[in-house]
Design a protein around this ligand. Sequence first.
Ligand code: SAM
Length: 345
Amino acid sequence: MDAKARTVALIRRQFQQLVPPTAFRLELDDGADADFVADADGPGSPHRPALPLICLPDVQERLFAEVFADLNVEENDPPARYAFAVLKKINAAIEAHAADDVEVSEDILGALVGLMSAVAGGAGVSTDASPVRYSFDRPDGGEDTIRISEVRTLISGFGSTGLRTWEAALALGEHLLAGHGPQVAGRRVLELGAGSGFVGLLCSKLGAASVALTDGSPEVVGRLAGNIAANGVANVSAGVLRWGAGDEDHAVPGGVDVVLGADLTYDAVLGALLAHTLAAALAASPRAEIVIAATVRSAETVGAFEAALAAHGLSHTHTVARPAPRFFYYAASPPIRIYTVAKCI
Ligand SMILES: C[S@@+](CC[C@H](N)C(=O)[O-])C[C@H]1O[C@@H](n2cnc3c(N)ncnc32)[C@H](O)[C@@H]1O
C-alpha cells in the first residue's frame, strides 16, 4: 500500500470504529504507523509532500468513494452527528490549505451539506446501537474485520458497560496481533467480562479452536449472540459467568488453554472477585495462560487487583500497552497494563 492508500485506510478504519472526532487523525504518523505498512514513499521519507495527502484531489476522490459515498444514517450506520463532525474536521483541514490552491471536492462538500441537514432535521445523539467495524491486517495477509453492535452513549451501571468495546480490549487486541500475547491459534480461549465480545471474536478470527465469551450480565450475554452472528464465526459460544463464588453462574469451565479479559478492574471489589475467578480458572485448567488488560484509571483499583491476586496465591507481571496502536485506535492516556497472571511457585 502506498502512502495515499494508507491515508485513506487510516481514515476509513477510524471512521468505521467511531473514533471520537477530537482524537481522529487525518495524517499518517511516523511513529504510530511505522509498521502499519512500510513503503518507500511513506511518511518520514525525504519525498514526503508538504501538503497533507487529504488535500490531493485523487485522495479526496478515494476517500469519498471508500468512506463517505454510502452512509446509512437512517440506520445509525454511522450516527449522523458523528459523520458530520468527522467530515467537518476533514473539510477544515483541507480548507486550511486554501492558499495553496487546494479545494474541497464537490463530493465531500455535498456529503457535508447532506449531513448538516440530516442533523438539523433531528438526526442527533442516539442511544440506539450502531454497527462498529474494526479492521486489521491479518498476520497471514489481507484485511479482516470484526463487526460489533455498540451503544456508545450508555457507559455506567452493571450491564451497560458491556454494550461497547473499551480501550483495554483494543489494546489487548493489538497485543495479540503484535504476537506479544499468548498464542491463540488452535487453542481453547475463555474470555471473562467479554462485554461486546471484541477480544474473543478477534481470537476466533485468528484461528482459535474454540472461544467461550462470558459475562456476568445476562443482558450483555443476550446481545453477544448478535455479534457472534454478525461475524460469521462458528466456534464461538456465549454464556453467563459471574466472578466470585456461590452458585452455578460462578462455575468456571475446565479444558481451557487461554483466559483473557479486558477492563475488568475498574472497581476494587470487582478486582477481588476477578482474582477469585482467575484462581478457579487455574484450578480447573492448570496449564492455562491468563492475560488481563487493565486501564489504570486509579492506582487504588489496580493496586487492589494486584493485592487480591497475591491473596489467592497468584503472581503477576505486566507490560504497558503500546501507546501508538496500529489498527484499533485508543488513547495513550490513561495507560493500559497487560497483566500476565500465573500460580505462585
Ligand atoms: C468495562 S466492561 C469491559 C467489557 C469488555 N471486556 C471490553 O473491554 O470492551 C466490564 C464488563 O465486565 C462485566 N462484569 C462486571 N462485573 C462482573 C462480574 N462480577 N462478573 C462477570 N462480569 C462482570 C460487565 O458486565 C461488563 O461487560
